[in-house]
Design a protein around this ligand. Structure first.
Ligand SMILES: [Zn+2]
Length: 60
């Protein structure tokens, strides 16, 4: 099942590009961030969220 997979490097890159270098929740730009941003599941895998671009968010 694809929804048990981890986020791939390709998915991380695609999400970061879609986000235009900003957090998709609060829009803060990654270039001013102290901590590296992460790619998170919007609906957690534990609640049936898929590891797919539509369920991933670039997040500070
Ligand atoms: Zn944020």
């Amino acid at each position: 099942m694809s929804n048990t997979r981890r986020v791939t490097p390709q998915q991380k890159k695609a999400v970061a590009e879609r986000a235009n270098g900003c957090c998709e929740y609060c829009r803060s730009p990654v270039r001013y961030a102290i901590q590296p941003f992460s790619v998170e599941h919007i609906t957690p895998k534990s609640r049936g969220g898929e590891t797919a671009l539509h369920n991933l968010a670039f997040s500070c």
